[in-house]
Ligand binder design. Sequence first.
Ligand SMILES: [Zn+2]
Length: 273
Amino acid sequence: MRSINVNKVSKKGLNIHVVASPEDGELVNSIIVESQNKLVIIDVPLLNPYSKELREYTDSLGKPIDRVIITHFHPDHWAGLEYFADLPIYSLREVQDEIKNSGDWALSFHRPIHGDLITDKIIVPTNIIEEGSLEVDEVEYNILKIVDAEMRFMLAIEIPSIKTLIAQDLLYNKVFLYLGEKTSKGELCCDSWIEKLVEIKNNGYEVVIPGHGEVSDASLFDINIEYLKTAKEFILASNSGSELKEKLIRKYPDYRVPLLLDVENYLLFPQSV
Ligand SMILES: [Zn+2]
């Protein structure tokens, strides 16, 4: 039996397979864009068993994999790359550097929790992707480079022909947003992240695929903006990580993966988690 959960969105001859890891894999989404002759993979799971299943599922589609694109440095989007090491792997130059220089440090946060399910092989992206238009198998992808949101450098990917945004961690759906990173100015990420969301929220997206949680639509923008405003107030008014966690769980009782709050607290409240 498969552990990953696949949800397929089909529009105008394109199939987008949204492959969700289970809760212990942070409900992270890996995406397969299936066009007529090729497959493009966007992000791979945190935990090895789910990444192996993603590769098996991808291979079962029976089309060549053109490339893997990694959106950002958080390991739930690249740790499983050992199952894709035979392919061209693309990321921003900054993300390639982060994985090369700090990948092992990033995985060290997860090893105490997941043990052997986390890889001990760090695969660094081999190719650089730039922002702007990219064509694969006659499908146009528009690569958006986002700075200072959930992470300092990240990608979101538009497929204009089907009004779809593969937002990855620019948006979450009913999963606790990870707010542990500071901006390049050393500030809390919330305000800068909100600015990026406001910039693109009216681009006419009909399908919005978040990095964690179920596929949705453009309504996710306002839901995430509200969360970020609330969470910022809570962070500023809390004296410890446990106080912040309790407030967020009380305010958002149906949100999942509270583990993300523990990881963020480690960085937000290093003295008193
Ligand atoms: Zn993530």
